[in-house]
Ligand binder design. Structure first.
Ligand code: HEC
Ligand code: HEC
Length: 372
């Protein structure tokens, strides 16, 4: 079910609490600083085709001229439920959702319901407080500030801007909608306009991006500074003085997290250590392009990966740091696994020499890549 309204996004849903009887769901909308209340009891009736005959939504033209209500269609044909994922008006038209303001609290995330169902506790991440919301009235009854407010330094301010969807027209998205988990990846392809239209690209992690110009798979933006300014302007709105610098300070502050594939103490496993030799040796030639501490020569290459919708054949050599958490791989996300990247998706060995590796060597090389 979409929580959005046709003219107002419900960006970045975070936490959910269910009433004990399952009749209501409370959902924090972290990007728009709101709390949503969904009437599950009635929703289930409607999903089962139980829209009452006299209901205004049972009229053919309930939404707008010539558009039939989804609930009426479901009543006729339960198969129509599959259409709900595309219907921005479904919950709102039937008054099944209510969106509540939280008195200026910013970034609501964690949420819990009291056992008697009368109070919700909502943790507001960016304003550093917990709110108690009265479930009957939907009003904030009490608020508790925890310790010092978040430091007002550019990194903290940039981090907050990065997560704020109210900077975007109609509140559709924040930077973090696509770049979640502190600037990491969502595993999706998006058709951003930086490199033309009709050629969707796999999202890139922003970790250490300031050290790896150019930006974007096709090098469409010179460096992090330009990419961030344009991203702000084209995806959100015209930036105010200081906003881009704050987001940049935040992005520059991101640090890699050690791979879970490393042994205790951070050492490479024996397989990964053998893989490292392969990676850096002439047999594969990987390190010719993936060189230095960030595993990139900062250059564009044609490694035989041009797809049918791409506007060119050369791509920026990506950093391989944190590869363990950035699947799928390559500019269009065609390789779900590193094995696919090194076998099926490297015909003719144009992307390093991988066809001559035996099964064990392949395993070793993958073990190394997963530990970066
Ligand atoms: C709709 C999803 C979406 C949103 C929202 C979004 N991005 Fe991106 N971003 C992408 C995709 C997809 C790429 C990779 C595009 C490519 O390489 O052509 C990308 C790439 C980038 C890059 C280049 C990274 C690199 O190493 O090449 C930067 C920097 C960036 N985004 C910053 C931001 C900032 C700042 C915001 C918020 C103002 C933002 N993005 C919002 C989808 C998004
Ligand atoms: C000639 C330069 C070059 C060589 C040699 C090379 N690469 Fe790459 N690598 C690239 C480029 C360019 C891309 C981006 C291609 C694309 O996205 O279509 C890339 C992408 C990748 C990716 C995907 C990263 C991601 O985040 O999606 C991995 C993994 C990778 N290479 C590993 C290797 C390994 C392992 C070898 C050796 C077998 C190797 N590369 C050899 C230039 C090279």
């Amino acid at each position: 079910m979409l929580l959005d309204h046709p003219l107002e996004g419900a960006a970045d849903p975070w936490g959910i609490a269910l009433a004990a009887d399952g009749a209501v769901a409370w959902i924090t909308l972290s990007g728009v600083h709101q709390l949503a209340r969904v009437d599950l009891a009635r929703l289930h009736v409607y999903l089962a085709g139980g829209l009452p005959d006299g209901d205004p939504l049972a009229r053919t033209e309930a939404y707008s001229k010539g558009v039939e209500s989804i609930w009426l269609r479901i009543k006729r044909d339960p198969g129509q439920r599959a259409e709900l994922v595309n219907d921005l008006a479904a919950l709102h038209a039937a008054d099944l959702i209510e969106r509540l303001e939280l008195g200026g609290a910013r970034g609501p995330r964690g949420i819990a319901l009291s056992p008697d169902g009368r109070q919700l506790a909502v943790a507001a991440h960016f304003s550093g407080e917990v709110l108690l919301v009265d479930t009957a009235s939907g009003k904030v009854a009490r608020r508790f500030a925890f310790g010092a407010a978040p430091a007002d330094d550019p990194v903290a301010r940039g981090r907050e801007l990065f997560h704020d969807a109210t900077l975007c027209f109609q509140n559709w998205l924040s930077c973090a909608t696509c770049h979640p988990n502190e600037g990491r990846v969502d595993g999706m392809n998006w058709d951003t306009l930086a490199d033309g239209i009709g050629n969707p690209k796999n999202l890139k992690s922003l970790l250490q991006a300031h050290e790896t110009p150019p930006m974007m798979w096709r090098g469409a933006r010179e460096d992090l500074e330009i990419a961030t300014e344009k991203g702000f302007r084209f995806l959100l709105r015209q930036p105010q003085p200081g906003e881009v610098d704050a987001v940049l300070a935040y992005l520059r502050s991101l640090q890699p997290e050690p791979s879970p594939y490393l042994l205790a103490g951070g050492a490479l496993s024996p397989a990964a250590a053998r893989g490292r030799e392969l990676f850096h040796g002439d047999e594969t030639g990987c390190a010719a392009c993936h060189k230095g501490p960030l595993y990139t020569d900062l250059k564009m290459h044609d490694v035989g990966t041009r797809g049918p919708v791409d506007h060119g054949a050369d791509f920026d050599t990506p950093s391989l740091v944190e590869l363990y958490r950035t699947a799928p791989f390559l500019h269009d996300g065609r390789s779900e696994t590193l094995r696919e990247l090194l076998t099926r998706d490297n015909p003719g060995d144009r992307h390093g020499i991988s066809s001559e590796l035996d099964e064990e060597q392949l395993e070793d090389l993958i073990a190394y890549l997963m530990s970066l």
